[in-house]
Design a protein around this ligand. Structure first.
Ligand code: NAI
Length: 273
């Protein structure tokens, strides 16, 4: 059995940890007895999450961290080392969705999606991998990609460009780390009931605005919200992530139905002559 790091007293850090899937993962790790550093870019999400934790809040430390900012990653590492010593579980979960076709996209859309979804994961690895290797204890990195990291949905071009990148980065890292104390899993969720439909409202002004007109944007958000409401509970996904770390799975899927989609992609690739 893989020597996994999910043990009481160990330390985890989750990005985008104050809402949705990240908060689900954080709660499950706290229940397992870990100290969890919950990081997020949104102060309001962190406040709400802290209240929702109730008595479990003693296992959580809330720290602001914008994953697209290298300087903030450095500060997070110093905080971990000074206050906690060693980190054992790193969940690179923060990510944002953009609505609309690539044909109507702007540079701002690309910058935002790539810098949060792909650079955010890469900066996390660059910042913490040397630390995880240096302490030598069992450690695990989980990156949240998406089913969009394996197949491209309608209007999913920008998002998938980043999320395919996360899959490649993490598959490569898992190979490079064979035989070391650190392993890697890739979470590829299908629909999960979170706040992801609302991401256009969370976009920082530095990353511009979506080019779609307001009515079209509202229509797309309402549709996304309806689809996600049928999706999985983030706490359930948190439990799947814990099991995936314990079993040292390369991929963690949340939904059996997606296998047909993967088979269709495989068949399309093999049909090339
Ligand atoms: P969510 O909106 O509920 O949670 C995402 C959190 O990330 C929010 O608290 C937000 O403030 C934070 N965040 C946004 N930009 C950030 C930044 N620059 N730095 C740090 N934190 C930032 O959404 P959800 O669905 O829980 O998203 C988590 C991850 O799951 C994302 O990577 C997303 O792409 C992925 N995902 C979600 C699916 C779904 O159906 N909800 C399906 C597949 C993947």
């Amino acid at each position: 059995m893989h020597n996994h790091p999910i043990k009481p007293g160990r330390v985890a850090l989750v990005t985008g940890g104050a809402s949705g899937i990240g908060f689900g993962i954080a709660q499950v790790l706290m229940e397992a007895g870990l100290q969890v550093i919950v990081t997020d870019v949104r102060a309001d999400h962190m406040e709400r999450a802290q209240q929702a934790l109730g008595t479990m809040a003693g296992r959580a430390t809330f720290v602001p961290l914008d994953v697209s900012d290298r300087g903030q990653w450095g500060a997070a590492r110093r905080l971990v080392e000074e206050r906690f010593g060693d980190l054992h579980v790193l969940c690179l979960n923060a990510g944002v969705g953009v609505l609309g076709s690539m044909l109507e996209s702007s540079d701002a859309d690309w910058n935002w999606i790539m810098s949060v979804n792909l650079d955010g994961a890469l900066l996390g690895v660059e910042t913490f991998l040397p630390h995880l290797l240096a302490h030598g204890q069992p450690a695990h990195i989980v990156a949240t990609s998406s089913m969009g990291g394996l197949v491209v949905a309608n209007d999913g071009g920008i998002y998938s460009t980043a999320k395919f990148g996360v899959v490649a980065l993490m598959e490569g890292l898992r190979r490079d780390l064979r035989g070391q104390n650190v392993s890697v899993s890739i979470l590829c969720p299908a629909a999960v009931n979170t706040n992801i439909f609302d991401h256009e409202r969370m976009r920082p002004a530095t990353f511009g605005k979506n080019a779609q007109d307001e009515d079209e944007l509202e229509r797309m958000e309402a549709f996304a919200k309806t689809v996600l409401a049928q999706g999985r509970d983030p706490l359930e996904v948190g439990k799947m992530v814990k099991a995936g770390i314990e079993a040292d799975e390369t991929y963690i899927f949340t939904d059996q139905n997606v296998m047909q989609t993967l088979v269709r992609r495989r068949d399309a690739l093999l049909a090339f002559t």
